[in-house]
Design a protein around this ligand. Structure first.
Ligand code: CA2
Length: 151
């Protein structure tokens, strides 16, 4: 009898996303991070994939998790990473290098339309290393990003 092992998708949220739903609802909506993580798990269940959600305000921790995801993808246990890198999007060459180095499929996601906001949000260090990008579709973007990683 064949054993069916569910593959995993890691959902990573970067700095300040733990504040979702508490301030700036016009920019990020009213859902909290807990709401977003619940939505991701429901979406995973619909697609038959396990969803693991993590959030950190620390660049090095996010890098460690990307490297860990790279090992999981290489071992055949993980499909990839959905990542909202928060403001590190616009600053972090280290995260860019981590994604490239780990050879992990990453869907970069932003809740707001960064291109309709301040100019410093228009450039992403993550995009050239990402498999795909979802921008400005609110928290629904997380569901689309998960679907994009499912074969
Ligand atoms: O639109 C997005 O998802 C962003 O990645 C969110 C980041 C921002 O720096 C990026 O340019 C675009 C900011 C996340 C901070 O989230 C907060 C939520 C509520 C209250 C305060 C911050």
């Amino acid at each position: 009898m064949a054993l069916l092992i569910m593959k995993k998708i890691l959902v990573l949220n970067g700095p300040n996303l733990n504040l979702l739903g508490t301030r700036e609802p016009e920019q990020y909506g009213r859902d909290t991070l807990a709401d977003v993580e619940r939505l991701c798990k429901e979406t995973g269940a619909k697609h038959g994939v396990e969803i693991e959600c993590r959030q950190s305000n620390h660049e090095g921790v996010l890098i460690d998790w990307i490297q860990e995801a790279g090992r999981e993808v290489a071992a055949g246990n993980m499909l990839g990473v959905v990542m909202n890198p928060g403001a590190y999007t616009h600053t972090s060459i280290a995260l860019h290098d981590a994604i490239k180095g780990a050879s992990v499929p990453v869907i970069e996601l932003h809740i707001s339309n960064v291109h309709a906001r301040e100019e410093f949000r228009h450039h992403s260090y993550i995009s050239p290393a990402a498999r795909g990008i979802i921008v400005g579709l609110g928290v629904k973007g997380y569901t689309l990003a998960i679907a994009a990683l499912v074969p």
